[in-house]
Unconditional design. Structure first.
Ligand SMILES: *[C@@H]1O[C@H](CO)[C@@H](O)[C@H](O)[C@H]1NC(C)=O
Ligand SMILES: *[C@@H]1O[C@H](CO)[C@@H](O)[C@H](O)[C@H]1NC(C)=O
Ligand SMILES: *[C@@H]1O[C@H](CO)[C@@H](O)[C@H](O)[C@H]1NC(C)=O
Ligand SMILES: *[C@@H]1O[C@H](CO)[C@@H](O)[C@H](O)[C@H]1NC(C)=O
Ligand SMILES: *[C@@H]1O[C@H](CO)[C@@H](O)[C@H](O)[C@H]1NC(C)=O
Ligand SMILES: *[C@@H]1O[C@H](CO)[C@@H](O)[C@H](O)[C@H]1NC(C)=O
Length: 485
């Protein structure tokens, strides 16, 4: 959207251009005596005008000074043909290559930034700069710890500066805005990143740069500071995920998953080593499909990556039978050991096809906060066979039955109850069980008690009526983990 607008603006400005101007040489631009006034290049250019045309074959460099305690709001209008190069380099040395822009916002820190144009053919260029005094900040401090739930903060949380304190280092992942009617991602340049405990620490860039490079930022010490120069951009809906580096140090690459629409394809590339991608999502979603070679393994974890929080391992051979899978948990992390994988995610249960199982299907029902101590763990869900009848098996493998919490597994056939097992502290579940039916329902009720929730695996297989008459058979001993309340 943003690029479409800038293309149109660029074409119009070329059509209306006057004689091309010359800017050759090096120019220094200092703040005006009265910073209420903006400075433009060429002078008298206004942001509502089209950008004037510059001449071919000239090199121009503008150095714009920013005194300490100020920042500059920069907007450019430009179109450069592929043979010419327009760049803007900020105070951290980050280089923005500009092909076409129409008033995209830049927020620039002291001591200076440089705009440089190497023109081979003629194009258009103009810029407007406004100096602002930085506001005083009243920082809020958050802590992240090893072996802990990640910290999720939203854009508005940085308006007064936010300091994150870790025990090892701070791992920062940044997500783009959720507002998508127009591209507001460039406003993430408003939020500055400092490698240390305050806004006086080393300035290392902004959230836009972290989103654009698609990878993480790790602090050099225990602290990281985030600060939005201009408050009030909370409504664009950007966010960050913060963790103690200890929890994510084994990942060669690590990125956040940004899904706003169905379907959402997530690519994970572990060709250089273990790769991980984390998703923040307060409700459930579905893994619809996993596509990967036969050589690798994709593991899914809830909350943070630790053996006790593993939900499933997927290999190429089971990736079709074990999906779609409904996942809960505020955070889910996908970890790939090698090669590449493409995971397709959905929000919509119907489009994902969660509730209908063909024979050979495997999956699990999980509590909303499974593996965490929470009173919000209730499950009330069901999956039905695609064919009229299947061999339905289940294992209550990792569920907290404590205090008043109860778990009910119901298997029905043409709406008639075949199995109705209610588990409680006085009736613990057994191992893998199977029967013949068309629907499995799982109801977990924590009854107000805080528990680590329930996890019930299920399977649908072709039922061969010659083998048995469908009596419930307990086949294995309980793989039972008891959680004391
Ligand atoms: C600074 O410029 C603004 C806007 O042009 C004007 O209103 C204000 O009076 C000026 N301040 C001084 C001290 O000249
Ligand atoms: C502009 O700078 C480039 C790179 O330094 C150089 O190759 C080119 O000849 C220069 N062009 C002009 C017109 O000075
Ligand atoms: C920052 O905190 C100060 C002190 O609590 C408060 O007065 C001010 O309004 C806050 N500013 C923003 C942008 O939230
Ligand atoms: C779980 O949370 C409850 C309520 O917050 C608390 O009373 C209980 O001690 C916790 N249990 C564990 C095992 O952490
Ligand atoms: C039903 O499925 C279970 C679990 O896969 C298996 O152990 C059992 O033998 C199957 N029963 C029949 C009749 O196929
Ligand atoms: C299952 O059994 C429980 C009690 O054990 C009962 O309350 C419930 O109504 C039964 N469900 C169905 C569908 O029969």
């Amino acid at each position: 959207m943003f690029f479409k607008i800038s293309i149109l603006a660029g074409l119009i400005s070329q059509l209306l251009a006057d004689d091309p101007y010359s800017c050759a040489g090096t120019q220094t631009i200092n703040p005006p005596a009265n910073i209420s006034n903006s400075i433009s290049y060429p002078s008298n250019w206004q942001t509502s005008n089209d950008a004037p045309q510059y001449a071919a074959n000239q090199n121009c460099t503008f150095t714009v000074n920013i005194p300490k305690g100020m920042f500059v709001f920069l907007q450019m209008k430009a179109t450069t043909d592929p043979s010419s190069i327009l760049t803007m380099t900020d105070s951290t040395g980050y280089q923005n290559i500009i092909k076409m822009t129409s008033l995209e916002p830049y927020f620039l820190m002291d001591p200076s930034f440089t705009v440089s144009l190497q023109s081979v053919k003629s194009g258009t260029f103009a810029m407007s700069m406004t100096w602002h005094n930085v506001n005083p900040t009243f920082p809020t401090t958050y802590q992240v710890h090893p072996n802990s739930t990640p910290l999720y903060l939203a854009g508005g949380d940085f308006d007064n500066s936010t300091v994150i304190e870790s025990e090892t280092k701070v791992n920062l992942l940044a997500l783009p805005p959720t507002l998508i009617i127009t591209d507001v991602t460039p406003y993430l340049r408003n939020t500055q990143v400092y490698d240390g405990p305050s806004t006086d620490s080393k300035h290392v860039g902004n959230l836009y740069q972290i989103v654009a490079n698609g990878n993480r930022f790790v602090s050099s010490g225990k602290y990281l500071t985030l600060w939005s120069l201009i408050p009030g951009f909370a409504n664009i809906g950007n966010s960050v995920i913060l963790q103690d580096y200890f929890d994510v140090k084994d990942f060669k690459t690590y990125k956040p998953i940004n899904c706003l629409l169905d379907p959402c394809k997530v690519e994970i590339d572990a060709r250089t080593g273990t790769a991980a991608a984390i998703r923040y999502n307060p409700a459930y979603f579905f893994v619809k499909d996993i596509s990967m070679p036969e050589t690798n393994k994709l593991s899914v974890y809830t909350d943070f990556v630790t053996p006790a929080h593993k939900l499933a391992d997927y290999t190429s051979s089971i990736s079709k039978t074990n999906t779609p899978q409904k996942l809960f948990g505020r955070f889910n992390t996908f970890v790939l050991n090698q090669d590449q994988a493409v995971i397709t995610l959905f929000f919509d249960p119907e489009k994902a096809g969660w509730a209908t199982a063909v024979d050979s299907r495997r999956g699990f029902f999980m509590s909303p906060n499974y593996a965490l101590n929470s009173s919000n763990q209730n499950i009330n869900d069901k999956v039905s066979a695609f064919s009229s009848i299947s061999n339905i098996s289940y294992t209550v493998d990792r569920s907290a039955i404590s205090g008043a919490a109860t778990l009910n597994v119901l298997i029905t056939s043409k709406q008639k109850v075949v199995v109705n097992n209610t588990f409680s502290t006085t009736n613990f579940p057994g191992g893998n069980e199977w029967t013949v039916g068309d629907t499995i329902s799982v109801i977990y009720n924590s009854n107000g008690v805080s528990t680590t929730g329930a996890f019930v695996s299920f399977g649908f297989d072709h039922y061969n009526s010659a083998t048995t008459n469908g009596v419930l058979i307990s086949t294995a001993l309980a793989i039972w983990i008891m959680f004391s309340s």
